[in-house]
Design a protein around this ligand. Structure first.
Ligand code: AKG
Ligand code: FE2
Length: 284
């Protein structure tokens, strides 16, 4: 029996009792809606091949290979491998792989002209302790902004790059490191829910368009404080066979990055963009 259970008042939903290989459109519809309503969705207890994981992922949009080419699956470029090859040839722990996603709250793909709509992970190997993923709602962050900031930022764009102000580009090939910033509204209206969220990533945003540098830096520093709100968080403790998908348009996430390095923590990961305008979008 399919069960859909809220994990927190503002973010997180868990679906159990389904086999994602066997969902028809009618049984997928409430699952997709639950994800839209709760930003982050956990589907427990799956046993998938890569092809099955890709097929299920395509129900959410178009899979887009991640720009970090060195961490792509050698046979399936659409799959990024998390936690694989975390020791260098000399036996040293590769921090960029081990702590991937753990440097701070972020949203995936803000550096792209068309940021990823969603990211989906499948738990292949889970450590005995640690290794959680933390999530927070961008809607709750927007709701918490003082009216002064809502007014200042309505209709205003931010410039985002992969490496951001810290210029952390270790996982990118050199030729992919110096792309121009992508511009996105900082107050973002979600195409599907119609709700406003704070579209923000302190590790990727460089500037607020049209603001003097001092004001831009002040705004960025101030906005960072609104990202995480009471009741707006969900912390996922992984089990093998879990699928977790998050909506990058209206949530932030971060890996805890704290598991014992001698244990495996391996996920298959896909980055998902919206359907092309000619297809599903045009039909809506
Ligand atoms: O490994 C995790 O828990 C999440 C890492 C991350 O930020 C990502 O895959 O986008
Ligand atoms: Fe991420």
């Amino acid at each position: 029996m399919v069960q859909i259970r809220w994990m927190g008042p503002k973010i997180g939903v868990q679906v159990s009792g389904v086999d994602v290989r066997k969902l028809d459109d009618a049984s997928f519809a409430p699952i997709y809606q639950a994800w839209l309503d709760h930003n982050v969705m956990v589907v427990t207890g799956q046993d998938l091949t890569i092809d099955e994981f890709l097929a299920y992922s395509r129900r959410f949009g178009t899979i887009s290979p991640h720009p970090s080419k060195s961490t792509r699956h050698p046979d399936y470029p659409e799959i990024t491998l998390l936690g694989v090859n975390k020791f260098d040839a000399d036996g040293k722990l590769n921090q960029a792989i081990y702590r991937r996603g753990a440097e701070g709250w972020h949203t995936d793909g803000a550096y792209d002209v068309e940021p990823f709509k969603a990211t989906q992970l499948y738990g292949v190997a889970i450590p005995s302790v640690g290794g959680d993923t933390l999530f927070a709602s961008g809607y709750a962050a927007y709701d918490a902004l003082p009216q002064r900031l809502k007014d200042r930022l309505e209709g205003v764009l931010g410039g985002f790059t992969y490496g951001g102000r810290r210029n952390s580009t270790a996982l990118l090939n050199p030729e992919d490191r110096d792309l121009p910033p992508s511009m996105h509204p900082i107050i973002r209206t979600h195409r599907e829910t119609g709700r406003k969220s704070l579209y923000f990533d302190p590790g990727k945003i460089l500037f607020v368009e049209g603001a003097e540098k001092a004001e831009s830096d002040d705004l960025l520093n101030e906005l960072e404080h609104f990202m995480i709100q009471p009741d707006g968080e969900y912390r996922h403790k992984w089990a093998k066979g879990d699928i977790v998908i998050w909506d990058n348009r209206c949530s932030y996430h971060m890996a805890a990055g704290d598991y014992p390095p001698d244990q495996d923590r391996i996920h298959w990961r896909v980055s998902i963009k919206d359907w092309p305008a000619q297809g599903r979008l045009a039909a809506e």
